[in-house]
Design a protein around this ligand. Structure first.
Ligand code: NDP
Ligand code: X2W
Length: 352
């Protein structure tokens, strides 16, 4: 274990879940940030490396119960907790000047009533909603740089917004006829005992869920409307895939101008994402696989124009735990702290 002092101290609330563990995996390799505090109510006093032996030799730290005074000694605190936790703890941290990065949905929606409708509870910090910056760097990098509170996008919203973004920015598609079919690995559901996530239920099986309305719909529509500068209407159907990590989103939209060729649209995507460190526009007509992003902070995108019809199809893949959660959270942290955006996120995807 290195004893070299690092410049910034990070705290993680919710260190025993999948996104908390993924933050640990990424941050132990970060050149400028050390993990100073990691919480768990159920594992108070347990050594992190006893719980996650894959971190043996990388981290000498014990879980402690969440304690705002202790967390307030950090430069940045991540909330890798279920909804309705960050909004209760963060006001005190914000008052102490700590930068907060929330991986939950508490601060993703601007309207507290819309949040209450989809999450079934009253928002307890509605006055902080306006301060939160939506942490999609490809869209909001400058605001993230100045932010004290960043709301990280959900996993489906990341894959879907990055796929539609250049098309909506340039008004190339009809924003009222957007369709997103997306499928996620089971780690998207978190590290809890749930019957549909048992191996005998989820493996060797495939099904849609939430087809009549999923809580990511208002988040995606809010983000896409910001990009389009107009209201949008999206049909979104999520599916559960019998694998652990990864999201594959297939996006469909009618082109406003059918004379626009796939080559033109490909050029537009390549130009829009040319300076983005974590968005890869693959050659037109390719079929990105989820494993091309497994363990890495990339979104890989490919465009199709099936049989030259007036529809553009965008394929967008991410690792839900990395670009869809903890990797994007670290990317946001780097931007907020003025560090190189790729710091701690240089790793390539796993093969196979
Ligand atoms: N899984 C994914 O792919 C993605 C998840 N997200 C979001 O990230 C957040 C975390 O997700 P995930 O890691 O999957 O969740 P998990 O269920 O796997 O983990 C939740 C963590 O939060 C802690 N926790 C639970 N309740 C509280 C509480 N009241 N106070 C303090 N800590 C608490 C738990 O530890 P303990 O109970 O021991 O304290 C645990 O460490 C969620 O909001 C999720 O929606 C976002 C994008 C993708
Ligand atoms: C497979 C699976 O169950 N996925 C989760 C989405 C996980 C995620 O990113 O959502 P939040 O951060 O908004 O909770 C779901 O559909 O609820």
């Amino acid at each position: 274990m290195s004893s070299t002092a690092k410049r910034f101290r990070a705290g993680i609330v919710g260190g025993t879940g999948y996104t908390g563990a993924e933050l640990l995996r990424l941050l132990v390799n970060h050149p400028e940030v050390e993990i100073a505090c990691i919480t768990s109510r159920s594992e108070d006093g347990t050594a992190v490396a006893d719980m996650f032996p894959s971190l043996r030799g990388h981290l000498d730290l014990k879980f402690t119960v969440p304690d705002v005074a202790r967390l307030a000694e950090c430069d940045v605190v991540f909330f890798a907790t279920p909804h309705n936790v960050a909004m209760r703890m963060m006001p005190e941290l914000m008052a102490a000047g700590v930068r907060v990065i929330d991986l939950s949905a508490d601060f993703r929606l601007r309207d507290a009533d819309v949040w209450a409708h989809w999450y079934g509870e009253t928002h307890t910090a509605p006055d902080l909603l306006a301060q939160a910056v939506y942490g999609l760097p490809e869209r909001n990098r400058e605001q993230i740089r100045q932010a004290q509170l960043v709301a990280c996008p959900g996993c489906y919203p990341t894959a879907i917004q990055l796929g539609f973004l250049p098309l909506l920015e340039d008004s190339l598609i009809d924003p009222n006829q957007l369709i997103a079919n997306a499928a996620s690995g089971v780690s998207g559901a978190g590290r809890q005992a749930k019957i549909p996530m048992l191996m005998a239920e989820a493996s060797d099986n495939f099904s849609a869920y939430g087809a009549s309305g999923h809580r990511h719909l208002p988040e995606i529509e809010q983000g896409l409307a910001d990009i389009a500068n107009d209201p949008v209407s999206l049909t979104f159907v999520p599916h559960l895939l019998p694998m652990i990590r990864g999201i594959h989103a297939t996006l469909y939209a009618p082109l406003r101008d059918p004379t626009l060729s796939l080559k033109n649209i490909q050029a537009l995507f390549e130009e829009r994402y040319a300076d983005e460190p974590f968005v890869d526009v693959m050659p037109a007509g390719s079929h990105p696989q989820t494993r091309y992003t497994k363990g890495a902070n990339y979104c890989r995108i490919a465009l199709h124009r099936p049989l030259d019809r007036d529809v553009i199809v965008v394929l967008s893949v991410i690792d839900n735990l990395v670009k869809g959660a903890s990797g994007q959270a670290v990317q946001n942290m780097n931007i907020m702290l003025g560090l190189p955006e790729r710091a701690g996120l240089e790793g390539a995807a796993l093969l196979p």
